[in-house]
Ligand binder design. Structure first.
Ligand code: PLP
Length: 376
């Protein structure tokens, strides 16, 4: 199998799985229990939090473990909106957010919040001047992703953080799911107040994510019950998943620079190969995108037909981001960067990893040649 869909999900690292299994077997006490066996679990949980804080320059942040990045973003966005509704009802996000953020804002809009969905330029990034003009006296939250999961565009998060530094009433939430382990993520330096991460994008387990938030920030809980996770996420904490997430994060950050340079070389090779064909248009901007993602549109070929032709040869990549791949409509993200309906409908996304080999790219090149001839 040749897997070119690492943006959808990643295989679990052996070391991560090992720490999950060992913690499950040996430290299964309830971290909320008062006796020693429970306290050991609680200590492990807090060690995982500490390690994660330390890894991304977030010593003054709290970490809440969640069941996914989707849950973490829901908690961040709704939590801030509901908690601060008396201070203001204006929220800012972008038109290219992941559904977990985009639809949460749509829901808040239905509930009476005023939401500005910022447009993006051709390269998939917001215009900072537009952002400045959009900020109002009653703005309470700005939320945007660091790396776009569909086209790989990198938002100017540090610059946005600089702008928001002068607006003390506004909280800044960033979905760093596709950035973590690939490009540097330093919360304090970027002036980010809340950040969402997911384990299964960094060779961790599915059903595991976390929300970082600056100490002192108040959130309205979205799940009511016991007092776990600072009273913000009721339910017995899954300590083995938390320990495994901290491990996945540490390993993902270990070789970040080498992996980046390696994947950048693969990206250049892929771009050279893809640009030989008139039927393929590369949508990911070469300058301002993550090298881990290459999004293309197909001319005269259906995205699904193309993906199926590769599937028959045991090569896998997406037509759309996994969360929307069953929705047959032009991509909201590609429309936002100016593509027409046809091109925005027939997209394919290749995503790379440090696990991708040059030999796999050689095979992909040969198969691409055959598939294009076949489909023509
Ligand atoms: N945010 C981004 C940018 C993503 O790519 C994804 C997953 O596709 C998510 C959020 C959701 O992650 P999870 O599957 O952990 O809810």
């Amino acid at each position: 199998m040749i897997y070119l869909d690492y943006t959808s999900t990643t295989p679990v690292r052996d070391e991560v799985l090992k720490s999950f299994i060992e913690t499950t077997k040996n430290f299964w006490g309830n971290p909320s229990s008062l006796y020693k066996f429970g306290v050991i679990s609680d200590n492990l949980l807090n060690m995982a939090r500490d390690q994660m804080r330390h890894l991304i320059d977030a010593k003054k942040y709290e970490v809440i473990f969640t069941g996914s990045a989707t849950e973490a973003s829901n908690l961040a966005i709704k939590g801030i909106a509901y908690e601060n509704r008396k201070r203001g009802k204006h929220l800012i996000t972008t038109v290219v957010e992941h559904p977990s953020v985009y639809h949460t804002f749509e829901k808040l809009k239905d509930e009476g919040f005023e939401v500005t969905f910022l447009d993006v330029e051709k390269d998939g990034r917001i215009n900072l001047e537009t952002l400045k003009k959009t900020i109002r006296k009653d703005t309470i939250l700005v939320s945007m992703m660091y790396v776009n999961n569909e086209i790989g565009s990198i938002m100017p998060i540090k610059e946005v953080g600089e702008i928001l530094k002068h607006h003390h009433k506004i909280c800044f939430h960033v979905d760093v799911v596709q950035a973590l382990g690939k490009i540097p993520v330093r919360l304090k330096e970027m002036n980010v107040d809340l950040a969402t991460i997911s384990a299964h994008k960094i060779y961790g387990l599915k059903g595991s994510g976390a929300l970082f938030f600056r100490k002192g920030i108040k959130l309205t809980p979205q799940q009511i019950g016991g007092t776990q996770e600072f009273n913000l996420r009721a339910g017995t904490v899954d300590v083995p998943s938390a320990v495994a997430l901290a491990k996945a994060m540490r390993l993902a950050l270990e070789d970040i620079e080498d992996n980046y340079h390696y994947v950048m070389k693969l990206n250049r090779r892929m771009r050279d190969i893809l640009s030989k064909y008139d039927e393929i248009i590369i949508n990911s901007n070469a300058e301002h995108s993550s090298p881990f993602i290459i999004n293309c549109s197909l001319k005269g070929i259906k995205g699904e037909t193309f993906v199926r032709a590769f599937e028959q040869r045991d090569i896998y990549f997406s037509t759309k981001s996994a969360c929307s791949s069953k929705v047959v409509s032009p991509s909201r993200v590609l429309k936002a960067i100016g593509l027409d309906d046809d091109l925005a409908m027939n997209e394919v996304r290749f995503s790379l990893s440090h696990l991708t080999t040059n030999k796999e790219i050689d095979t992909f090149e040969e198969v691409l040649h055959d598939v294009i001839n076949e489909l023509n």
